[in-house]
Every structure is written in C-alpha cells, then in structure tokens.
Design a protein around this ligand. Sequence first.
Ligand code: ADP
Ligand code: NA
Length: 330
Amino acid sequence: MSRARVLSGIQPTADSFHLGNYLGAVRNWVTMQDTHDAFYCVVDLHAITAGHDPAQLRTRTRVAAAQLFAAGLDPERCTLFVQSQVPEHPQLAWVLGCLTGFGEASRMTQFKDKSAKQGAERASVGLFTYPVLQAADILLYQADAVPVGEDQRQHLELTRNLAQRFNATFGETFTVPEAFIPQETAKIVDLQDPTAKMSKSASTLNGLIDLLDDPARAAKKIRSAVTDTGREIVFDREAKPGIANLLTIYSALSGRSLDDLTAAYDGKGYGDLKKDLGEVVVEFLRPLQERTRGYLDDPAQLDKLLAIGAEKAGAVAAATLRTAYDRVGF
Ligand code: ADP
Ligand code: NA
C-alpha cells in the first residue's frame, strides 16, 4: 500500500525559525516523513513578495534548510528542497493564474491584511498572486494532503478549486488535495504577551525563543515569562494562558503529558516550573544548534543535499507539468 503524499512549505523570512515554528510545524514534518510520502520546501519565491535583500535571502534560505535537517528531516525519508531550484513552480503558477478570477483572488483575506499593512499602492502583484503560486507548489506533487494552519484554509480552498477547474476544463490532471490540520499542533503564544502568538513580528524579542538563541538566554526568557495571577499550576488556556503556554512547551519538548506535568508540579510554584522548563529548553536547543552548525559549516554538503532534494522534486514536478502543458495545448 502506498503512502499518502503530503506537501508543505515554509518561508525563509527570518534569520532563524522560532520555537512556535518548530512546535507548530517543523516537528510535525519530522513525524510525517515516516507516515507519508513527504515533500517539503523552503519557499524562497514566496519570500520575495514583500521586498527583500538578496544576500540576506540567500543566507536565510540556507539556515532554514540547515535547521530543518538538524530538526530531523532526513533526505532518505523525505524530499526537502528549495522552491526556486524547481522552475516548474512558477511555470505551473502562470497557467493556474490564467484560471483564477481577479475577483476570486481579491477575496483572499491574507492579501487584504498584508496589502493593507503595506499600503495598497505598494503591495506587489506577486503578493496578490501568492496563493496561485502556493496552489502550483501543491498540485505539482499531486499531494493528497497539505498540513496547514487554520490561517491557510482559504488558500487551500483556492487550490482545490483550481485543481477541480483545471480537471473539468482540460481533463483529469491534478489530485484535489485535502487540508490536514494536525490535532496535536501546538499553538505557542508570546512569552511576554499570552494574547498574541509567538511570532517573528512580535514587538518584544523576549517573547520569542529563537532556535539560534544562546541557550542560557533562552532559559532566562522562560524564567521571565509573563505568568498569571494565582499560584496553582493547572492547564487552563482561558484563565491561565501564560502557564498553559509553558506547560504546552514543556510537554512538547519532554514528551510528558500535561496530566503528568500538572501532577508533578502540584504544590509547587511558578518559579519551579519555569526553572525546570528553562533546563528542558537548554537541553533541546544545544544539540539542535550543534547539528545546525554542522550543516552550515559544510556548505558543499548542504548544497549537495539540497541538489538531491531538487532533483527528486523536479522529477515529479516535471512529469506533472508535462501533462498539464499537454492538456493546455503547449
Ligand atoms: P511567523 O508567525 O513567525 O511569521 P510563519 O507565519 O512564517 O511564522 O509560520 C511558519 C509556520 O510556523 C506555519 O506553519 C505556522 O503555522 C507555524 N507557526 C508560526 N508561529 C507559530 C506559533 N506561535 N505556534 C504554532 N505554530 C506557529
Ligand atoms: Na506569519
């Protein structure tokens, strides 16, 4: 029995991934490489839709790949590649763009939000057609499922519509993918503001644990995390979002259940929990950073791994594009 195919991408838009990226996305990618036929890409084409610096993009793409390999993605068990190294992505995106209604694309809430922030005149056409490129990313691999966060539902719906539209117009070509929202996905909030998600755009750096943070500094951020009123260590996202966040991180990094943790901290204080979690975070970061450095210190080897990924991905993408072009009349 063949495994279901998944495709997932992540943007290299920060100098490093943060703990929210790791616990919310990357960790699931690592698990899924053994349960699925998994294709993962660092989507550098998407990363230029809102302006960028070339040298910085190049570095960020490499660090992203190094961190993904260091987190446990194994080139023998999955295909990890850089989007710009597989030219079929923008080639299929053009065709799909010609099947996308202007009004339909205009309804994408992520574009509305991002273009409102940048100012409508400054937002690029690339930002507007971002979801069409995302559809190409997915459809090229005939993915059965796409692991995404809730915020990507609308884009995935567009992808499904485009697949169905193409198939109905030109003949069965694309697998219509399902959204796959893993139940276990941890939502990590800002350590200083539990009402906001941990994000690279956070206002205070102390709210975020960067995967490249000095481990001692990361432990300090945990110790100075905003906690809630009261003393009791219970898991309650509503009443105690700060403590719930720390317990979520603790459980995810240690493999211990929330019940086990709350039982273990019964009668203890917030300080005890933070001190211990700080140590857990240090133990998590140290080896991860060591492995990341190993990949970054050997650029030839990293290039080789990415070339292998691009070749494996490219073979699948080229076959799909050939069929699609043929159906379209090219
Ligand atoms: P950011 O929010 O820092 O800009 P991205 O939007 O680039 O991060 O997200 C990359 C991936 O990481 C996505 O799959 C997203 O769902 C996940 N992710 C980002 N922040 C968090 C978080 N705080 N908790 C859980 N998952 C997150
Ligand atoms: Na984001």
